[in-house]
Design a protein around this ligand. Sequence first.
Ligand SMILES: [Zn+2]
Ligand SMILES: [Zn+2]
Length: 411
Amino acid sequence: MDFILYAVPFFFVLIAVELLADRWRGVSNYRVADAINSISTGVLSTTTGLLTKGVGLVTYAFALKHLALFELSADSVWVWVFAFVFYDFCYYWLHRMGHERNILWAAHLVHHQSEDYNLSTALRQTSTGFLLSWIFYLPMAVAGVPLAVFISVAALNLLYQFWVHTRHIPKLGWFEWFFVTPSNHRAHHAQNTLYMDRNYGGVFIIWDRLFGSFQEEDDNEPVIFGVTTPLASWNPLWANVQFYAQLWADARRAESTWDKLRIWFMRTGWRPADVAAKYPMSKPDLSQFRKFEVPLDGRQLWYVALQFCVYIALGSYLMNLEPQLSTSALVLGWGALALGLFVLGVALENRPWALKLELLRLAANVPLVWLAPVVGLWPASAVGWVGLLSYSLLSGIGLYCCRNRFTRLAS
Ligand SMILES: [Zn+2]
Ligand SMILES: [Zn+2]
């Protein structure tokens, strides 16, 4: 059973609770643009997952049918316990390789790009994990874990990881020995040298203690969150392709064919010698660290935040109705969502062309409302057109109110 769908409302309730805790304690762990960017990558990841989850499911089902050594029963509680622990073991290696190999880091780094650390960071997920992550779970199929059990423990594992993304919970005594906690996961999200490439467990931290990758959070070394090559963007699409683009550029620049091929599978950060000499990349001095920020007017932020709610609604709609929707409806929904989140990212960056692009996004809703009933994304009705008209009118008024802000701050 995929529990994630039912957990979405709780995610938002807990984010609200964390915001209240921030206020109560007089601290500020959230920035609007960062939270929108993190949740945008989450919405994009979940919606992309509706189209790509077949990769993981088909490969798992195939391996289960042809390679399984045992036939385990979903009725046994021990099979569930075994699968839950075994899943986390596989996750540990996927996650570890996700940090240690260029091509896997290109997918996983999305989760680490935020320079804040709060519950919205937990929702920051990659959209390209489906390409290779399935390989790491094949041992479960070989052991004969039924597909339904696999899907359920995968969802439970992901759900567990939500609560550890907070700065409000201190170390938890004996619990730190066995489980992934807010404290040891904060260290995992650090870019300080001390914490680099540590604490990979999803639920159990024992794997890190066993395989030598554990590091305790040290009060003398405050965690600086983020990655050493900052994203420096609020764009959720760019967040997903940033490192692939860098690897591609380096592969093209390399003289040797061997280097062009092996760069993808080398240790994270490895670059061909000739490319590194010609196009050096410096590591930032953490003592000078400043979070990525774009000055934005309050009205602009409100405008983007309200528009963003539309895409959370669209993402939830797609998740809810996925079993009834055709592939073309899902593709159309995904396209509308990706375009919308891209444009809102541009607005958060206050690019000179943000206003024009926003008008284009609103105009693109006309073909969307026309096409949606054709492919079965939603039924044809006058409500769709009335809704579009009201939405466009409200958006137009909102945009008119902050039109000068977009251009003033950008110039
Ligand atoms: Zn990680
Ligand atoms: Zn995390």
